[in-house]
Structure formats: structure tokens, C-alpha cells
Design a protein around this ligand. Sequence first.
Ligand SMILES: CC(C)NC(=O)[C@H](Cc1c[nH]c2ccccc12)NC(=O)[C@H](CCCC/N=C(/NCCC(=O)O)S[C@H]1O[C@H](COP(=O)(O)OP(=O)(O)OC[C@H]2O[C@@H](n3cnc4c(N)ncnc43)[C@H](O)[C@@H]2O)[C@@H](O)[C@H]1O)NC(=O)OCc1ccccc1
Length: 225
Amino acid sequence: MKNIVILTGAGISAESGMGTFRDEGGLWTQYALEDVATPEGFARNPALVQEFYNIRRVKAAAARPNEAHEALARLQREWPGRVDIVTQNVDGLHEAGGARDVIHMHGELAGALCAACGHRWEAPAEMAVGEPCPACKGPHARPDVVWFGEIPYHMDRISDLLDAADLFAAIGTSGQVYPAAAFVHQAAAAGAHTVELNLEPSELASGFDELRSGPASRVVPDWVG
Ligand SMILES: CC(C)NC(=O)[C@H](Cc1c[nH]c2ccccc12)NC(=O)[C@H](CCCC/N=C(/NCCC(=O)O)S[C@H]1O[C@H](COP(=O)(O)OP(=O)(O)OC[C@H]2O[C@@H](n3cnc4c(N)ncnc43)[C@H](O)[C@@H]2O)[C@@H](O)[C@H]1O)NC(=O)OCc1ccccc1
């Protein structure tokens, strides 16, 4: 039976009030990516970075999944083959919508990571600068998210899933950030049928076999059927 791999981006959570990065009024119009989503930015001004993620963590905790998240969870439950969800999003809305085994390739707002010893634990709603690590007691806590210049999580597992995909779908992503933006090519090379579901065709649209345009809360349930 067909193996389905689904890549999601900020667009799937837009209608849940999470905003996106590069659209009108997006996060990267309010903050400089270099200042808040790079290790160098964290070293320069950890207070600004913690503020940036504290605001998003509180927002994500209050957000509700939308019909797109719920439709993907239903597909996972009802499809006789594999359905793997790989997300670039750091919110927990896929799980809140009922999905399981979601692969967070860019980390999660709900997680804290010790930059010194690598220990991971559940992040407090508001993480302070110099938040102590419960393991090494050092003041090196950071959000457990993947910043630019850092290696995304679970890349080997994702690569194996792409090589075995029969159907690849990208939902709500602009295709401007690598290595996620290259997944469609790896899946296509493995013989997968590829479909992009987005508000409007992304920069990568020509690389897909099929395009479905419109708000995720409508086009994803329609696509799942
Ligand atoms: C800017 C870009 C050029 N930079 C990169 O790609 C760099 C690499 C790089 C540097 N220079 C380059 C030059 C050329 C190519 C690549 C590079 N990448 C990295 O550094 C990555 C690490 C990148 C991760 C950075 N962290 C994020 N987030 C976590 C933190 C946080 O969230 O704060 S990235 C961040 O932006 C990414 C893309 O954003 P999208 O989700 O696509 O959101 P966007 O706003 O852009 O688009 C929204 C879309 O939704 C649509 N939409 C809106 N509303 C709706 C709606 N209602 N319904 C449907 N669709 C909708 C819109 O039309 C739009 O198309 C997301 O992944 C998001 O997580 N690491 C790495 O490469 O390591 C080595 C490596 C490589 C291979 C294998 C191993 C190691």
C-alpha cells in the first residue's frame, strides 16, 4: 500500500493564529532572522531571543488546531499504508489535532535544551536568560529549536522516508528554507507523485506534479477526502 510523506510549514498553522514568517506582517518583518534564529544572535542578545520564543510559546499554547491539522490526523488513522508528517513548525498543533509520531525537524517551542550538556526538558512558558539546566545546573538553557546554520533534527529518518515515498505533499510552506525545500526533489527522484497545497503557488511550484491552491483549512480536508 502507498507510503505518504507530508511536509508542513507555517501556512498550515496560519488560520490557527500562529502567523507565518515571510507573508505580509510575518515574523521576519518584525524581527531580523539573524538576531533571533541563529546561534550568533543568541550569543549577542539572549534576552531578545528568549523574548521572541516566549511570546510564540505562549501564543502556541493558546492556539487551537484547524481543519487542516485534523484532516491529516484522520488520514493517518484511516489510511491503510504509512502516513508520516514531517513539520518545520515548532508549535504542537499537529498533535493537538490528533496526529501521532510527528517529526519536528526544526524542534519544538515546548522543549528546552542545555547548550552546554545537551540535556532536554519541558520548557517553562517564559524561559529566562540564564535559565538553569536541571542536569548540569549551568545557566545555558535555550529553546529546543533548530536555528539557521544548525543541522535539522531526524534528517536520516526523513531521508529514508522520502526514498520510500509513493506520494509526497507539501502544505503551507514557501520552499525558501533548506534542506526542507529540497525534499520534493528527493521524493520525486524516488518515483513519488508530488502535490503542493498552498494559499498560492510557491517558488517551488514548478517542481510539483500537482498544485492545489487555497487556505489549508479548506484544501487539505478536500484533498484528504
Ligand atoms: C533562508 C535560507 C536561504 N537559509 C537556509 O535555507 C539555510 C541554509 C542556507 C544558508 N544559505 C543558503 C543559501 C542557499 C540555500 C540554503 C542556504 N538553512 C539552514 O541553515 C538549515 C536550518 C534551517 C532551520 C531554521 N529554523 C527555522 N525555524 C525554527 C526556528 C523558528 O521557528 O523560529 S526555519 C523557519 O522558516 C522555514 C520556512 O518557513 P515556512 O514554514 O515555509 O513559512 P513562510 O512564512 O516562509 O511561508 C508560509 C507559506 O504558507 C503559505 N500560506 C499562508 N497562509 C496560508 C494558509 N492559510 N493556508 C495555506 N498556505 C498558507 C504562504 O503562501 C507561504 O507560501 C520554516 O522551516 C520555519 O521553521 N540548516 C542547514 O542547512 O544545515 C546544513 C544541513 C543541510 C542539509 C542536511 C543537513 C545539514
